[in-house]
Design a binder for this molecule. Structure first.
Ligand SMILES: *Cc1c(COP(=O)(O)O)cnc(C)c1O
Length: 371
């Protein structure tokens, strides 16, 4: 549940008073502030994380015939972005303790066609970027982060965007920072940033804002590109949220601590492990239960008025991917087992202790009912 309000409305009103509704000052301001927030690099506002991932793959020169290794325990957009870029997704299995990609399983999938790895920081827990960047550096592979869950995350002092070629973020309705629909790419490489910027806007050398500020100049289309530029209205909605991020993370952490305390010793409930020296971005709060009872527990929770979700049914089991990217089920057995066991509990900054207590009570009831 979002927490947008008068601060965002004020910023949007400023856009309405100016002449530029599309990509302009608010987008530039957001990009600068977002890069600062993440500890440096170049940020580029786009229309979604899916677009951010697709553009990153293409800007790195990955082409049809190439393979990109990623997790199956993710939202399908991670895999679909690889296909949108013309490449082929290859799924590697995950670590049973965290749900994040297992580095050894990734190495097993590398072959001559492999060009990149996309790690997914699942639920807000960063993958071990030291390990993945070493794997990719040694084999001359690109490393991209799907950081849709992980704006605030940190592990061993490393944050998203600091060890990869590009980190991709989502500002979709349910994410920790949102403008309804939006996304961003963060990269440390100036040359990649330039390529991304061209690809974001039709491959055009000038934007509407350039023409407005510089007067009419002849522009050119240097290469094929897409229409994925973030506009000022969406950027305006994001600006005030940068300031709220820390406070909201604290609120999420409080709810997570409450859930942990109440649930960690309930028989039949298993929590994911959080490695040391980690700041969890607390995007989702996910528990695991007996896979044979999971769906019944979810129905019981709905009867109690508790809306829960499943993050995720593994991508390789979705009908489209089953048909087009067939994989031997055994090779992704951990992702499948987690996919059958997980329940995401209600979790958002404005959540009251009373609501959280109701969730816990209903969950305990559902656990007893679903035998
Ligand atoms: C939300 C999400 C995406 C897609 O983000 P959009 O901005 O909706 O394109 C990609 N990957 C993960 C892990 C997500 O949760």
């Amino acid at each position: 549940m979002h927490d947008l309000g008068s601060d965002e409305l004020k910023e949007v009103a400023k856009v309405f008073k100016g002449p530029i509704l599309t990509t302009g000052n608010q987008v530039s301001e957001f990009e600068t502030k977002f890069a600062d927030l993440m500890g440096g690099g170049y940020a580029l506002g786009v229309t979604s994380c899916t677009a951010a991932l697709q553009l990153s793959i293409q800007a790195l020169g990955i082409q049809p015939g190439d393979e990109v290794i990623t997790s199956s325990l993710t939202f399908l957009a991670t895999a679909s972005a690889i296909e949108q870029a013309g490449a082929r997704p290859v799924f590697a299995d995950v670590d049973p303790d965290t749900g994040n990609l297992d580095p050894d399983k990734v190495v097993q999938k590398i072959n001559k066609k492999t060009k990149a790895v996309i790690v997914v920081h699942l639920y807000g827990l960063m993958c071990d970027m030291e390990v993945f960047s070493k794997i990719c550096r040694e084999r001359k592979l690109f490393l991209i982060e799907d950081a849709a869950h992980c704006i605030e995350g940190e592990r061993g002092g490393i944050r998203p965007g600091q060890k990869s070629d590009a980190a991709c973020f989502s500002f979709y309705a349910t994410k920790n920072m949102t403008c309804g629909e939006g996304g961003a790419v963060l990269t440390r490489h100036a040359s990649l940033y330039k390529k991304l910027k061209l690809l974001r806007h039709h491959g055009m050398s000038k934007t509407a804002f350039d023409r407005h500020s510089e007067g009419y100049r002849r522009w050119d289309m240097k290469q094929f590109g897409w229409k994925y530029n973030m506009d000022n209205i969406h950027a305006a909605i994001l600006l005030p949220q940068i300031k709220r991020l820390k406070k909201n993370l604290k609120k999420r952490k409080n709810i997570a601590s409450y859930y942990n305390a109440e649930l960690s010793s309930v028989p039949g409930i298993q929590l994911f492990r959080i490695p040391e020296k980690t700041i969890h971005a607390c995007h989702l709060y996910v528990i695991q239960v007996d896979s044979k009872k999971r769906d019944r527990i979810i129905s019981c929770l709905y009867h109690e008025g508790v809306e829960v979700m499943v993050n995720y049914n593994p991508v390789h089991l979705l009908t489209y991917y089953k048909k087009n990217i067939p994989v031997k089920s055994a090779s992704l057995s951990v992702a499948e087992k987690i996919g059958q066991s997980v329940i995401s509990l209600p979790f958002y900054p404005r959540m009251t202790r009373m609501h959280a207590a109701h969730v816990v009570k209903s969950l305990k009831k559902a656990m007893n009912a679903a035998i």
